[in-house]
Write a protein that binds this ligand. Sequence first.
Ligand code: PGA
Length: 244
Amino acid sequence: MAARRKLIAGNWKMNGERADGLALAGELAVRAKASAPACDMLVCPPATLIFAVGFAIAGSGIALGGQDCHAAPKGAFTGDISAEMLKDAGCSYVIVGHSERRHLRGETDADARAKVEAAWRAGLTAILCVGETKGEREAGSAVSVCCGQLAGSMPDGATPDKLVIAYEPVWAIGTGLTPTSADIEAIHKAVRAKIPEGMRILYGGSVNPKNAADILAIEDVDGGLIGGASLKAGDFWAIADACR
Ligand code: PGA
């Protein structure tokens, strides 16, 4: 079984206009062309920038992804974007079931599952997010919540090239808080037992250049889904460098 190559993915969320998005993408591309990173790298810009960022990173080896997709291939869904459209715009990945979609938009496990299936239909790799709230962690149910979300949102037929799991504790996202290494390891181990061999499990939630090396060294952590720290080329690059 080949070793799981780490993946460092940047989730820009609703940040960036054309000038800053292109500057960020351009700087990452220059760095990647100058010295190949020790991991796979992915950027997921806002939809308005996908096309332009795709040009900026062309030939750099950095992959392009969407932050969400609709489950249907096309139709009367004002404001939504299909997986097919992301693929057409140059994406190879799409994030699905992020906690900001689950909690701010009321998306369910069934919604996330349908979006993973949509991603596969379009030929994209889905990054499926799971994670417990602060209350669920304090109640001691973090493992069961994450495994429950996984069971509800991972379709049959998942393979390592079509699906990546991201463990993102809701309370750690954008807060500067992170679980202990033992807590991260426990969730990743529990998730590992429920997914096909070779599938990657990313950790996400307040990863930064200071804590990246420790987090990425935890057993069963196969990379990171990075929010805030992915908006600065130097920070994002330093996190990727921590895979060495
Ligand atoms: P953060 O976000 O790195 O800003 O905590 C991570 C995420 O939401 O994917």
